[in-house]
Design a protein around this ligand. Structure first.
Ligand SMILES: Nc1ncnc2c1ncn2[C@@H]1O[C@H](COP(=O)(O)OP(=O)(O)OP(=O)(O)O)[C@@H](O)[C@H]1O
Ligand SMILES: [Mg+2]
Length: 842
């Protein structure tokens, strides 16, 4: 918050608070000498965030050395703060300095490669109200570091839809047109876990945008650009043509699905994710592409088959896979680096190195193309990719001719970044500089050094052409022949008066050279700007190539096979495995037991029963993972599989209670189940793991039964339902859509339980819960008591079939009359309650 500026504020203090007013909500950093400084409350906040000493009082300052800027910016940006940096410049022909805004960092508008997560996109999102319909919003999100852009529309009242969308995109920063949108978005983001944390704020809508268009999506795009222009006015970035997100043919994965199947790494979980196992990409762009493909697999048969064909080629030609990967490993993140260069001044630290990285990448692309030309009989898709993978000759030539890749300093102001022979003016200056630094002056210098009578080993001559004596301690006390000492980076520098004139000449020459070098960098920057669209095309194709090669490597190493995608309503997997469980088993010298899965439109529902630890949940997840991998365009862990394209995968697995949101375990379970019943279609795959276990056994069973009925006959989704309610099988045994599978446990010669993990047709009759409890280490006294109790309760209660026989005729007639086709979840529950009441009243 900007503070009142007191009358006696010093110049620096006043300057700081004036600037703070211009950047409300920002942390402002002002360069003073070799430090960045920050005052008052802003200074306190900064010191807390980056863990440095706070300002001692209101008027004092806190700060850090200029060299630590990027280290601290990274921390601040990760914590979702905005930062404005004012740098200091010497006013020419004066000893004074002026300070100008040079950099602005906000979480969604970062270009610096070093501040970005290389394997994830980084989105800025804009949200505007639809002028025509007040319940509709237009959204636009783009990654400033790669130029990808999407748009969509959504109902403001559709909390769930917005939640799903934001969860998929995970924008780093969201700008909202008004308070109402901001409030709703804040509410939705609040429901997400920390991975979805975003910086959400208002941005004033430019009046000229307001009536720009009736179309909410294009307004969102204009709004997006207007914000970007405001915060990054220097950075003119090119974006690709925006794509309408909901029109892309993609499989819908709910946040629960992504989480419960461990598709991606999350901040909260250290578990082995599917992404981690299948990611063998060697470029940052490839990693990002694989991430987005796995995040939203495709439902477009042609797209998937094209991807698979490419993988197939590399699986069958491993030597070509190795050959191409060698080069890919040496290609840098050219789309991000080029945008970073374009968004920066040539004087920014590290820019020359970024040019060199582009140059090196172009050279490797050239080699890669040559290798490709020598290949014969390549698939069409690979031909197409290599048509797009181009190095631009003009850019390559100019970079090759102009860049001195032997200069290892990081700032253009250090000079010598332009190759000798590239610019005649620079060459001429360098000759003069060299003449000024001949051996004579070196001897001259050393003569004086001797006169100083200090340990010569502490002295050195710094910088070719610039005569300095450098000492680590202030041991030299004003000898008449020395200029005043200057402290830089903890060292004292002295210059010889006798050489001062020479030094001044050198300084002038040096800055002339740097000026010319900067000019050359600016010229190359302009050439690069024109080439960005071409670089984007090449980078996208390289990423595709990288992902295909990565898939092939994983396919070979993990014995994967090519799935067959069909339009039929079927999932037919033989000898399927779960990649993550398998790798854990292998690490502990155990073998994974593969299983088959067969679902089609007739037998679309599998009820899986079996003991605890029997492998039910593993099987459920394994089927979903195989389907997701297949639709991502990857090979799958199975001997063979036919997968009828799925539009979505829904899961209800495990306990996701959140007491902070006033939701108990059972409440969350039911909410998630309700969402599935509402959204799943006949083309969806649904995994339900022990639904109904969160409440009393009887009511839980009733709910499980009703949910099964709804899914099998209303949604008609392909469903895998794992349960310990073995009684469910009795209820469903006449249902022709249901298939019964069981896992089993057996006892070895010592009487210990062994889990077979092999699924077979049928219904299990035992959960072995107490045995497992014993294995888990529950005290013997507890398990013995449990066994005693179990035996007593079994003998003292009539068996279930007897209970059925004792039902009144009236109740039996009522059950017979139930029309399952009209029964939904809620009706089923009410009916069950009535029946239950009639039994208890009997
Ligand atoms: N097919 C398999 N091959 C080898 N080991 C397996 C297999 N399936 C499961 N396992 C092992 O058994 C463990 C338990 O499996 P899982 O959680 O799937 O059992 P479950 O039947 O769902 O048990 P519960 O009823 O207690 O939830 C897994 O962590 C894994 O180590
Ligand atoms: Mg389980």
């Amino acid at each position: 918050m900007a503070r009142h500026i007191s009358k006696d504020a010093t110049g620096m203090h006043r300057f700081f608070f004036e600037k703070l007013k211009l950047h409300p909500g920002y942390i402002v950093l002002v360069q003073v000498g070799d430090f960045y400084e920050c005052y008052g409350e802003n200074g306190h906040l900064l010191s807390e965030l980056i863990n440095i000493a706070p300002p001692v009082n209101e008027r004092k300052v806190t700060g850090f050395p200029v060299t630590s800027l990027m280290k601290y910016i990274k921390i601040l940006v990760e914590k979702n703060y905005n930062i404005a940096v004012y740098d200091q410049f010497k006013i020419s022909n004066s000893t004074k300095f002026e300070r100008k805004l040079t950099k602005v960092f906000t979480p969604g508008t970062i270009f610096d490669e070093d501040l970005l997560d290389e394997g994830r996109p980084s989105y800025l999102m804009s949200i505007v109200l639809d002028e025509e319909c007040n319940d509709s919003i237009g959204l636009c999100w783009g990654d400033v570091s790669t130029g990808t852009m999407y748009t969509d529309i959504c109902k403001l009242s559709d909390d769930e839809g917005l939640f799903q969308l934001l969860n998929e995109i995970k924008p780093k920063e969201i700008i909202c047109q008004n308070e109402e949108i901001k409030r709703i978005v804040l509410g939705v983001i609040g429901k997400m876990d920390v991975d979805g944390n975003a910086y959400i704020h208002l941005h004033e809508l430019d009046p000229h945008i307001k009536n720009y268009n009736k179309n909410a999506e294009s307004n969102a795009v204009s709004y997006f650009y207007s914000y970007l222009e405001k915060v990054q006015s220097d950075a003119i970035v090119s974006f690709q043509e925006p794509k309408r997100y909901s029109k892309l043919d993609k499989m819908h994965l709910t946040p629960q699905t992504v989480k419960s199947l461990n598709l991606m790494e999350s901040l909260n979980s250290k578990k082995n994710s599917l992404f981690k196992i299948i990611d063998r990409t060697c470029t940052a762009g490839g990693k990002r592409l694989l991430f987005s493909r796995l995040n939203s697999p495709s439902t477009d048969m042609k797209v998937i088959n094209d991807r698979l064909k490419l993988v197939d080629y590399f699986v069958n030609n491993p030597h070509i896979t190795d050959l191409l990967r060698i080069d890919l490993k040496n290609i840098n993140d050219i789309e991000r680096i080029s945008r970073d260069i374009l968004a920066s001044r040539p004087s920014k630290t590290g820019i020359p190195q970024k040019f060199i990285r582009i140059l090196n990448s172009l050279k490797v692309i050239k080699e890669l193309k040559e290798k490709f030309i020598s290949l014969s009989k390549v698939p069409e898709k690979l031909e197409t990719l290599f048509k797009q993978i181009n190095y631009d000759n003009e850019l390559l030539n100019i970079l090759e001719k102009s860049l001195n890749d032997k200069q290892y300093k990081s700032c253009v102001s250090d000079g010598y970044f332009v190759k000798d022979g590239y610019c005649r003016k620079i060459d001429a200056i360098r000759i003069k500089l060299d003449n000024n630094s001949d051996e004579d002056s070196k001897d001259f210098l050393e003569k004086y050094v001797k006169e100083l009578k200090i340990d010569v080993s502490q002295l050195c001559v710094r910088r070719k052409s610039r005569k300095w004596i450098v000492a680590s301690k202030k041991e030299i006390r004003h000898p008449h022949f020395l200029m005043e000492a200057r402290l830089t980076n903890g060292e004292f520098q002295y210059s010889l008066k006798a050489l001062d004139k020479q030094k001044q000449d050198i300084d002038i020459l040096f800055s002339q050279m740097v000026e010319l070098e900067v000019q050359i960098f600016e010229d190359i920057q302009e050439i690069l700007r024109k080439k960005v669209p071409q670089i984007d095309v090449a980078a996208t194709a390289l990423s595709e190539l990288d992902v295909a090669l990565s898939n092939a490597i994983v396919a070979i190493e993990r014995n994967l096979s090519k799935p067959i995608l069909t339009k039929k309503n079927e999932i037919d997997i033989s000898v399927g495995r779960h990649l993550m469980v398998e790798s854990i088993q292998l690490n502990s010298q155990r073998t994974f037991v593969p299983n088959d899965c067969l679902l089609d439109s007739k037998k679309r529902f599998s009820l899986i029963t079996g003991p605890n630890m029997g492998g039910k949940s593993t099987f459920l997840r394994q089927v979903a993972l195989i389907v997701i991998l297949a639709q991502t365009g990857c090979y799958i862990p199975a001997k063979q599989a036919k997968i009828g394209l799925r539009d979505a995968v829904f899961t209800r697995i495990g306990a996701n209670d959140d007491l902070t949101k006033n939701e108990s375990t059972f409440m969350v379970e039911m909410k998630e189940t309700e969402e599935i019943l509402k959204r799943a279609t006949s083309k969806s795959l649904v995994l339900l793991d022990e639904v109904g276990r969160g409440t009393s056994a009887r009511e839980g069973l009733a709910i499980a039964y009703a949910v099964c009925q709804h899914l099998a006959h209303r949604n008609e989704s392909m469903t895998l339902f794992a349960t310990h309610y073995h009684e469910l099988a009795d209820e469903l045994k006449h249902d022709t859509t249901v298939n019964f599978l069981k896992t089993e446990a057996a006892r070895d010669e010592n009487g210990s339980l062994m889990f077979i993990h092999k699924l077979s047709p049928g219904v299990a009759d035992h959960s072995h819960g107490i045995d497992i409890a014993e294995l888990a280490g529950l005290p013997k006294s507890v398990t013995s008591l449990a066994r005693e109790y179990l035996n007593k309760s079994v003998t003292s209660h009539p068996c279930d079939s007897k209970t059925v026989n004792e039902l009144s005729n009236e109740t039996i007639e009522r059950i017979k009359k139930i029309d399952l086709n009209t029964l939904n979840g809620v009706k089923a529950l009410c009916l069950l309650e009535e029946l239950k009441n009639s039994l208890t009243n009997k």
